[in-house]
Write a protein that binds this ligand. Sequence first.
Ligand code: CA
Length: 264
Amino acid sequence: MIRKITVLSFALLLSSLSGNAQAETAFNEAMQRVKTMNADQTNMAIFHGGKGTMGNNTGEKDEMPEHQVDLKPFFLDMYEVSNREYNEYLASAAPPLPEHNSGENMNAPEQPVVKVNWYDADGYCRAKGKRLPTEAEFEFALKELGKELSNHDDPYINPDDYPQLFNFFGKKDKFTYTAPTTEFSDSSINGVANLLGNVWEWTSDWYAPYQQKQRISGGEYKVLRGGSWVNTPSKNYQTFRSYNRPHSKTEFYGFRCALDSAAQ
Ligand SMILES: [Ca+2]
């Protein structure tokens, strides 16, 4: 039985790696056709960075241990990338990239784009002269948000205490599916909205326990942060780490872009 499971696990791993490889090849071919532009900082907010605490000693095992990070200043898109923006990007590539379809409940122009894999997200940001945010930047911004909402120095909040302020599973936020990217400005930080909820967001990082993270340069999974419209707040809190294979596409995954503050 153990042997069977091992063979099956190996086959699944191979199939997963092969999926990653195919997606990466398609991504590299597509990127050769996309013209990179200078970054436009419209609708981006600056975070001054500095020293911060990452992780949570009372959270899941992979959120431990809390550790210090020192971040350089960075810009973050105020909004998740919308269907309108993503479709304009696809159409502007020469020759155009394949049409994108999110499904009728989620394809309104101002809803966030979903069913984009990590390569799609990374390619979009690179074409805009930007990059995906790191996991540390995402958490840094979420803790700044926590301090603002709790009105004191505690960076941790329980999203369950703010059911109207984020698009979680449930009706109190008034959205059954994804909300337009500009909604929920009352729970924005520096104007950056929907960091918690609406769609999970791809980050640039490979997933690994924090103890090993400094030593890895690749992996099988990419980190997603922030939770989505289908999750209860138990998976929308600030330090929770989700991850999936980079070629995965779901109705819960979207992204936004970041930029080094020195890049003009
Ligand atoms: Ca989000």
